[in-house]
Design a protein around this ligand. Structure first.
Ligand SMILES: NC(=O)c1ccc[n+]([C@@H]2O[C@H](COP(=O)([O-])OP(=O)(O)OC[C@H]3O[C@@H](n4cnc5c(N)ncnc54)[C@H](O)[C@@H]3O)[C@@H](O)[C@H]2O)c1
Length: 375
């Protein structure tokens, strides 16, 4: 049994999700992969830090993350701040020789992510990015279908990540609307998840041609404020893609997609079969095999079951619902296994840098309207 002393930076939505996933990981997998010790929490908002300390049981709290990243009693720095702070916190943590678990996207620029990936490799510490959709048993199943050749030659990936959380134009401005805090809009927030799934299943995107739109260019400065502030980034991103494996596709993301709640959805078409998946019905994958008798051909529903990677941690029989937080639990398990047993993991900083390179190419293409290679 090895203690993993956690220093959490940012105690908002994801800070809580990470901490609760680490506790659930213990319940499901036991102490052999490490035991989390909630050592210190840092949040710029003192009240949030105090609440996290009280509820999660952190031994210490601070409003200054610099104290946390240099603390000798911390093994893993867990970064769940707005995007812009990922770089400086991760860099300082790596320079202090800490293992780092960072929310997505890794940073707000290709250059910052490149630097972090190189520094992490040099320091030879665990460097994990929270692209939790790659942990979804459904995506692991689809990846197997694609990579085993069961779907034949892959021709096309059509994907969307749509939510309507920001459809109400009276919702006030947040860090997600300001480029120096978020980097970009729907692309970084939602699109990055879809890019991670696409990368995980299909491999590299080689070129993109994108366009973007801001539907609500101004929002109130505060909840009851009459003063307005500029929304600096896109509500919708839409692009065509070319894949290194020869497939083509389209990808889009919207944070103002009327009626859509958490619609990370895609269809992959191969010469021998196709799959359709959407996160709003997380437990089922639609599968079509051209090889079936023509009389029987049609999409059928495959419910997630213990044969699908990760699922059996939660349920002993197929078709029983799993949910968003379960992806975070599997992520915590992969992270702890890497920390204590040296097991490999896909979502390292190099993976995060790849996603940020793709985001940079998409933004460049959206600005100048031409096909842009992903370097
Ligand atoms: N993997 C996912 O599914 C998922 C979902 C939501 C958010 N995210 C990512 O998680 C990160 C956090 O998003 P969130 O929704 O939890 O945000 P949030 O606004 O709920 O929480 C952010 C917290 O960070 C604190 N903070 C801000 N600046 C800070 C600083 N300089 N030092 C310390 N604390 C600071 C805030 O006070 C707040 O408590 C983002 O990078 C976002 O992209 C990922």
């Amino acid at each position: 049994m090895k203690e993993i002393r956690i220093g959490l930076v940012g105690a908002g939505w994801m800070g809580k999700a990470h901490s609760s996933a680490m506790l659930d990981e213990q319940m499901l997998f036991g102490p052999d992969f490490g035991v989390p010790v909630f050592e210190m929490v840092a949040d710029a908002n003192e009240e949030s830090a105090k609440i996290a300390q009280h509820k999660i049981g952190f031994k210490r709290m601070t409003t200054d993350w610099h104290t946390l990243v240099s603390d000798p009693d911390i093994d893993l720095v867990d970064i769940a701040t707005p995007n812009a702070f990922h770089y400086e916190v991760a860099k300082a943590a790596l320079e202090n020789g800490k293992n780092v678990y960072c929310e997505k996207p890794l940073s707000i620029s290709e250059a910052e992510s490149k630097e972090l990936a190189a520094l992490a490799a040099k320091k030879n510490v665990i460097n994990y990015v929270g692209f939790n959709n790659t942990m979804n048993p459904a995506n692991a199943y689809v990846r197997d279908l694609v990579q085993s050749g069961k779907l034949g030659k892959i021709m096309r990936f059509v994907g969307r990540y749509d939510q309507d959380q920001l459809l109400d134009e009276n919702l006030p401005i947040t860090w997600r609307h300001i480029n120096k805090l978020a980097g970009c809009g729907a692309l970084g927030d939602l699109g990055s998840h879809l890019l991670s799934v696409s990368q995980f299943i299909m491999g590299d995107i080689s070129a993109v041609n994108a366009m973007k739109e801001t539907i609500f260019p101004k929002r109130p400065k505060g909840r009851d404020s009459k003063e307005m502030a500029d929304v600096e980034n896109e509500d919708i991103i839409s692009l065509m893609t070319r894949y290194a494996n020869g497939a083509i596709g389209t990808i889009s993301a919207s944070r103002v997609a009327t009626g859509r709640k958490n619609y990370l959805a895609y269809e992959i078409q191969g010469t021998k079969g196709s799959v359709v998946y959407d996160l709003e019905t997380m437990g089922e994958v639609q599968v079509y095999f051209q090889s079936d008798d023509e009389a029987d051909r049609g999409f059928r529903r495959v419910f997630l079951n213990p044969k699908h990677k990760g699922y059996s941690a939660f349920q002993p029989a197929g078709g029983i619902s799993i949910a968003y937080n379960d992806m975070k639990i599997l992520e915590a398990h992969e992270l702890f296994s890497a920390l204590t047993q040296g097991t490999p993991y896909a979502c390292n900083f190099e993976f995060g840098y790849k996603i940020d390179r793709t985001i940079a190419a998409i933004l460049k293409s959206a600005d100048n309207g031409v096909w842009t290679p992903v370097e």
